[in-house]
Design a protein around this ligand. Structure first.
Ligand code: AMP
Length: 183
């Protein structure tokens, strides 16, 4: 099974991706986690990405695309994967679509987590991550609307969009996902 988890920051994509990944033995590929590890390890990727992440901007595609290309061809991805936080804009989505054609993989579903802004802001303030202060949260939401939200129609037009109500409890969202994915 190959899945994209799409939705605003704080929508619960990471939590749900971890659960499905464990239940279905799939790798959970979070570009945010990869970048945070790179920042912590002070690699050259981390040094380049840090400023963008701290201010709530997307890191440039040039830092992300090769990394995803390599990750989707690693040995543990044979039976599928869950992409969480990628793609984040139309050019990343087009890159992914071309890449999947090139490596002979099919995307099964894009799960869209729908969550109103007030729920997002209160969840993110509770989460207390380093880039979760109010100014950065507001900027990340703007970036989401401008760059990432157009992917809803991108995947809708490719008939693979599955909507879930991400404002509900963790268990209710998990139940919606399990029924949509028949797992
Ligand atoms: P996340 O954990 O997915 O919310 O990502 C945290 C931060 O990492 C984002 O605010 C971006 O700065 C950066 N990031 C994660 N994934 C991507 C991506 N696919 N493209 C660009 N920037 C990303």
């Amino acid at each position: 099974m190959r899945l994209i988890f799409l939705g605003p920051p704080g929508a619960g994509k990471g939590t749900q991706a971890q659960r499905i990944a464990a239940a279905c033995s799939l790798p959970h590929i979070s570009t945010g986690d990869i970048l945070r590890s790179a920042v912590a390890a002070q690699t050259s990727l981390g040094q380049k990405a840090k400023g963008f992440m701290d201010s709530g901007e997307l890191v440039p595609d040039s830092l992300i695309l090769d990394l995803v290309k390599e990750r989707l061809q690693a040995d543990d991805t044979k039976s599928g994967w869950i992409l969480d936080g990628f793609p984040r804009n139309v050019s990343q989505a087009e890159f992914l679509s071309d890449l999947l054609t090139e490596i002979g993989q099919n995307l099964d579903h894009t799960i869209n987590f729908d969550v109103p802004d007030d729920v997002i802001v209160s969840r993110m303030l509770e989460r207390g991550r380093k880039d979760d202060n109010e100014t950065t949260i507001r900027r990340r939401l703007e970036v989401y609307r401008e760059e990432t939200e157009p992917l809803i129609s991108f995947y809708h037009s490719r008939n693979c969009l599955v909507p879930v109500d991400g404002s509900l409890s963790i268990n209710s969202v998990a139940a919606q996902l399990e029924s949509a994915l028949k797992i």
